[in-house]
Design a protein around this ligand. Sequence first.
Ligand code: PMP
Length: 428
Amino acid sequence: MLYQRSSSLFKEAEKVIPGGVNSPVRAFGAVGGTPIFAQSAKGAYIHDEDGRTYIDYINSWGPMILGHAFEPVVDAVVKKAKQGTSFGMPTAIETEIAELAVSMVPNIDKIRFVNSGTEACMSAVRLARGYTKKDKIIKFAGCYHGHSDAFLIAAGSGAITFGTPNSPGVTQGTAKDTLLAKFNDIDNVTQLVEANKEEIACIIIEPVAGNMGCIPPKDNFLQKLRALCDLHDILLIFDEVMTGFRLAAGGAQELYKVNADIVCFGKVIGGGLPVGAFAARNEIMDYLAPHGPVYQAGTLSGNPLAMAAGLAMLQQLNNDRTVYNRLAEKTEYLHHGMANALQDYNIKHTINRKGSMISIHFEDHEVHDFETAAKANNETFKKFFHGMLKEGVYIAPSAFETWFLCDALSYDDLDATIKAVKTVSKDL
Ligand code: PMP
């Protein structure tokens, strides 16, 4: 049996961990089967507990942009660990990484470090509400901003005015302050803003959505949102947990030349350790405790190991910005190779891509929002996923996720991936 040890490890895990995993999407729920247990990873490859090796397109869901166990990051963490792992006091390295992040990202003066993307987005929204003294927020159907209550709001017709929670435990009271809009539909957002005049604190968006597959903004959507926010004194929050330091050194703000009011980070900024951050101009950030009235805190925030990993990662990206072109070229190569393979077997598909983010939806209509993403053929995706896995290529176990390329991928790896797509396409 291919995944024998992973299967038995999963059975053990299920007895003591809910669903056997510490984060649901790892459980293969969307594609069926039992998850593969990782044993180690290096560069573009991940090795499982059964001794199989995969070309990895998840890259820990984004952080490992330079590949697994990137030596400068690992060395920095090991060195720091020997000096103590947490102090609950300020450390010089926090300022060092903050200075570097502020210098790389446009339009921010100060940055606060937290422990996850969820915390970053949750805190950013609290700050926006405190700063604007307004309660409601707008999020987009299909965008994910972590598992904080305010973000777990389902799409649906009744949700146009007031959201309904899609997780038990989220109260109606919380849900009613989250309004849902359609990604890439500025008329829809404008209507929502006009129906809730003077009540909206912020609009939060993934500037390139990665949680419904990869969906880039179209027709200057981000620029239009900026103008709408300016008109109505609404803060624009870019959730750059995926896109930050990945699409460009300055993230989506740099790439699309649109300024956000608050920017959230996670993933790459921690180099594979648990880090999130949010940042803005002085006026907004000084509204945070201890200077300002909006409270936000963390025992392990700015943890020295996490900061050492993040700093080593950002230094590398800052010093070699050619990495972004390299990644985009590799992603384009993969796109064309996979598209040709799928076309050869007449498989309906749409591939979306931006920088080093890419995904396949198995339908031939344009995919530009949650509705169009949801219409794609999930049965085909399931077969594709398991086929690729068998061929030694590890992609996200859900069509509602993006793939992330890392710089360690060689063109031989990309060719092997395209070959795997050909093989799998025969049986789709
Ligand atoms: N925002 C976005 C855009 C994300 O993709 C994610 C996680 N995938 C989060 C926020 C939440 O980050 P975390 O899982 O680190 O809490």
